[in-house]
Structure formats: C-alpha cells, structure tokens
Design a protein. Structure first.
Ligand code: HEC
Ligand code: HEC
Ligand code: HEC
Length: 456
C-alpha cells in the first residue's frame, strides 16, 4: 500500500517536473535536420521548424534526453520513438541534400499536419511547448504545396491542380517515332526468348492492362515465376523498376527478362544473331541505330516504345482537370475516403504510386497472416541487405488497377475490394466500413485511362 503510494507520488512529481525541465531545455532548432535536408530555401525552413518538435522520434542520431532512461517517462514515449522512426524518417522526407525531397515524405507530412495527429499526445504531455504553432503549421503546409508545384507536378497545370497530392497523367512523353516502331515490334517478338515462344507481351499484354492477369507469370517451357507481373503501362513514370527497384529505368529493366532462365531463357548474343539474320529487320533497325543491333540498342528501342504506354483521359483525370461531372458520385465519395483514410500518402503523384518503397504490413504483420514465406517477400532487402528494407516494396501504381488483377506482389488477392480492405488492415491497423470500401473501389475504377484513344 505504502509502496504504491510512493510510486504514485513519484509519477505525479515526474509528470510535473519533466515538462517543466523541457520548458527550460527548449528545443534544438535546426541543427541535424537542416544539414541533411535539400538546399531549397523552403525545404530548409521546413527543416528548421520541424527539427525541434519532431526530431526526437523521426531522426536517427539525435541524442536522447536524460529522462528517457527513467521508467515512467521512457515507458510513455519509448514505443513511440521506436515506431516513429520505423514509419517516418524526416531526413529521408526532406532530403538528401544533393537530391530532392520525397514526394511521399511530403504527402505524409501534409496529412499529419492537416489532421493535427503529431506529435502524439503522451509526448505533448511531457513537452508543453512540443507542438507546432498555428503559424508554423500553416507555413509548412504552404511550403509543401510550393515544393510540389516546383518539383513534382507535370508542366502546364494550374497552380491549384499542381499543388495537390495527386496529379493527372501527361498526354504523352517525347519519343523518336522510328525507334518506337522498332521497339513495338521487339516488344512483341518471340525471338527474344530461347525457344521462340515468349515475348514481353506474353506477360505484359496490352489488352490485359499491361499484365498477364495471372497470380504469377509463365515463362519458357511452362516455368512459373515467383512474383506477380506489374503493368508496363505508365511504368516510365516510376522512380525505379521492379517490385524491389533493382533496375533504375526502363532500358536497364528490359535487359533482365531475356536472360532470366525462367522467363525468356536466352542471351543477348543469341538474340542479336537471330535478328541479324533477318535482313529486312536489320536494315530497318540500322536506319535508326547506325551502331547496329546490340543489347544496348535493343533495350533502348524497347524502352522507347514503353514510353508511349501512357494512359491519359481517365474519368478521374478529367475530374482533376476541372470537369466536375466526369466522376460519378460514388467515385467522388471514394476519392474523399481515399484521402481521409491516408491512402494518398503512399499512392501519390501522377501514378498514385511508384515514388517510394514502403513496408507491406507496417501496422500489422501481413506475412504472418498470409503464411507460405518465399524469397519474393524480401522486397527491397534483396537489393540493399538492410534489415529495415525487409518487406518494403515499390508502391504499385493504381492507374488502370481494375485491369491489372490479381493484386500484390504475391498475386494473392483477386478481388479489388479485398485488396482495399487488406490495405486498411495491414497499413493502418484499421477496418474500413463496407460502404467506404465500396466507395474506394468505385474511385479506383475511375482510374482506367486510354491508350491511343481506346479505353484500356
Ligand atoms: C514521441 C514520438 C513522436 C514525436 C515527437 C513525433 N512523432 Fe510522428 N510518429 C510517431 C509514431 C509512433 C508514428 C507511427 C504512427 C502512429 O503511431 O500514429 C508517427 C508517424 C508519423 C508520420 C507518418 C504517418 C503516416 O500515416 O504515414 C508522420 C508524417 C509524422 N509522424 C510526422 C511527425 C511530425 C511532423 C512531428 C513533429 C511535429 C512528429 N511526427 C512528432 C511518433 C512521434
Ligand atoms: C515470363 C513473364 C515475363 C516476361 C516474358 C517479361 N516480363 Fe516483365 N515482368 C515480369 C514480372 C514477373 C515482373 C516483376 C518482377 C520483379 O519485380 O521481380 C516484371 C517486371 C517488369 C517491369 C517493371 C514494372 C514495375 O512496375 O516495376 C517492366 C517495365 C517489364 N517487366 C517489362 C518487360 C519487358 C520490356 C519485357 C521483354 C523484354 C518483359 N518485361 C518480359 C514478367 C515478365
Ligand atoms: C504505407 C504506404 C501505403 C499506404 C498508406 C497504402 N498503401 Fe496500398 N500499397 C502499398 C504497397 C507497398 C503495396 C504493395 C504491397 C505488396 O504487393 O505486397 C500496395 C498495394 C496496393 C494495392 C494493390 C496494387 C497492385 O497492383 O497489386 C491496392 C489496390 C492498394 N494498395 C490500395 C490502397 C488503399 C485503398 C489504401 C488506403 C486504405 C492504401 N493502398 C494505402 C503501400 C501503401
């Protein structure tokens, strides 16, 4: 009895003392973060404002205050500190100094500032001046929009549209039409496989949303792959290629499948020999590529073709561009739910994805729930061998999502509503109301665009 009273008094004393100490301690202003953040003046100012109230939980290498070792205080904030950095790295969001800030990092920041959910309450209880002032908050929110307009939005949009978290797709990307035409033939050419049975289009069919609509792909001699084939439509806009980002761009990516033994099972030497023997093709190819057929020119032509796989004109894009009746009411409501639930913090930009690696199951263990572990689950870890990258995947685009089933890297989900509900469950640890899931699905269905004027 006496003992618990002592503990209670101790807790009370601490609860009053710590915030008081923190008042005097003040906040470290703009030291660690500003040096790591991008040099843009607006980003530097954001770093200055955020370092004080946010660094404790969202920056690596920040010294911990002495009281963090005390039992009561530490149990209150220790979990938040560990989980905070796992979820969000402020230096990564605002940097690197010699690169650019992260489109996803800014979207996440915008959402917590708009909803005023950060810092967490227990932290504020210990840091009476811990939050952002109204003025600081508005300033950061304005800066986010300005950075977006300057760095991420496609050209030619109004300031208002460009400042939003998602953008319409551009109509096209500049290309060389002759090289595109060669690339289109190579994309459909089965001579790119060892036994002349498989082309790129076998697994990325343009009449199947740029995928094979199968759980995993089938390569030469009926061999099954280990991972779901993503779409080639709009892939040009991704910041990296493959689920784990192991190719930096389309040309780099196109070098992979031909020499992959379970996909096309050949070598570029063999492919070049076969294509050289085709007089007519060789002549046409050399008209655009005087240096002749090689791994570099073949993959270049394929990538040039893939740059034309852009699908503008979806109902959602027409809505974004100001045509208010382009979106059915249910889809409009779905867009609101999509933002409110936080989906548009990872699924951002013109692709609604393709801008960052994110942990699958950050709020609840997806892999334990699913079972059957496989190497395909490693995600970005397969490239970096960094423990924090385990289960982190490039966020897939949601463009044309109604056509690119089944879903997830493991192709385990065939129904779009099921995929939406799993996202809420494993990324947020929440349950979507059935009617809200239906609304989101209606919104996602409005993301189907057109290629060469024909709806996908
Ligand atoms: C005491 C630790 C702590 C402090 C201080 C803190 N956070 Fe967090 N933050 C967390 C935790 C824990 C999470 C994980 C999500 C959750 O638990 O709500 C998180 C998540 C986030 C996320 C990701 C949200 C998402 O849905 O992806 C952002 C962005 C963020 N915090 C921004 C901030 C900003 C900005 C500040 C300063 C104004 C701040 N945080 C201060 C602990 C903290
Ligand atoms: C046997 C089926 C198969 C063939 C053939 C194939 N792919 Fe793929 N493709 C896949 C799979 C599966 C992935 C995902 C692999 C991964 O991420 O590890 C993929 C990934 C891609 C990506 C990355 C998309 C993204 O979102 O990251 C592009 C682009 C692509 N393939 C283009 C091509 C091209 C071009 C060819 C022909 C040279 C080709 N593919 C041949 C199955 C195939
Ligand atoms: C923390 C980042 C993050 C958030 C937040 C998020 N997603 Fe995702 N989403 C991902 C990642 C990563 C994947 C790929 C997971 C995998 O394949 O294992 C994905 C996959 C998907 C897919 C399947 C795409 C495909 O082609 O396979 C859909 C649909 C989807 N998300 C919808 C949503 C919806 C709806 C929400 C909001 C409820 C949401 N996401 C929130 C990161 C996120």
């Amino acid at each position: 009895m006496k003992k618990s009273l002592a503990v209670l008094v101790g807790m009370l004393a601490l609860a009053l003392l710590l915030p008081a100490i923190n008042l005097f301690r003040g906040q470290p202003k703009g030291t660690v973060l500003t040096t790591r953040a991008h040099g843009d003046a607006r980003v530097q100012r954001m770093a200055q404002v955020l370092e004080g109230p946010c660094a404790d939980c969202h920056l690596e290498g920040v010294p911990r205050p002495f009281y963090a070792a005390l039992p009561v205080a530490s149990s209150l904030v220790e979990r938040d500190k560990r989980v905070g950095l796992e979820w969000y790295d402020l230096a990564e969001a605002l940097g690197p100094a010699d690169g650019e800030p992260s489109e996803v990092g800014l979207a996440k920041l915008e959402r917590v500032l708009e909803q005023r959910t950060m810092p967490p309450l227990p932290y504020l209880a210990l840091h009476w001046r811990g939050g952002l002032s109204r003025h600081e908050r508005d300033e950061v929110l304005r800066s986010i929009q300005q950075v977006r307009v300057a760095l991420f939005a496609p050209r030619g949009l109004s300031q208002e549209v460009a400042g939003r978290v998602v953008h319409p797709l551009p109509e096209s990307v500049p290309t060389d039409p002759n090289k595109v035409s060669l690339g289109m033939r190579l994309y459909h050419d089965t001579r790119l496989s060892g036994d002349n049975t498989i082309s790129c289009a076998s697994c990325h069919a343009l009449n199947k949303g740029g995928t094979d609509q199968a759980r995993v792909s089938t390569g030469i001699r009926g061999q099954l792959g280990g991972i779901n084939a993503p779409t080639t439509f709009n892939a040009v806009f991704q910041f990296a290629q493959f689920w784990d980002g192991r190719a930096s761009d389309l040309q780099d990516q196109a070098a992979g499948p031909p020499e992959n033994p379970i996909e096309m099972g050949t070598t570029f030497a063999e492919i070049v020999a076969k294509l050289q023997a085709d007089e007519e093709f060789r002549r046409e190819f050399e008209a655009s590529y005087p240096e002749g057929l090689s791994k570099a020119t073949i993959t270049h032509a394929i990538a040039e073709f893939e740059k034309t796989l852009v699908t503008p004109g979806s109902p959602f894009d027409r809505f974004l561009l100001g045509q208010h009746d382009a979106l059915p009411a249910q889809a409009k409501a779905g867009w609101e739910v999509f933002q409110r639930e936080g989906c548009a913090t990872c699924h951002v930009g013109r692709l609604l994805g393709g801008r960052s690696y994110e942990k699958m199951g950050r709020a609840k263990d997806y892999f334990a729930a699913r079972g059957n572990p496989s190497d395909a689950d490693l995600g970005r870890y397969a490239v970096t061998r960094q423990e924090q990258d385990r289960h982190r995947f490039k966020v897939p685009t949601l463009r044309n999502i109604a056509r690119t089933f089944p879903y997830f890297h493991d192709g385990s989900v065939t129904d779009l509503k099921d995929a939406v509900q799993k996202m809420a469950e494993f990324q947020f640890g929440s349950r979507l109301k059935d009617s809200d899931a239906d609304r989101i699905v209606a919104f996602l269905e409005s993301l189907t665009g057109s290629w060469n004027g024909n709806p996908l």
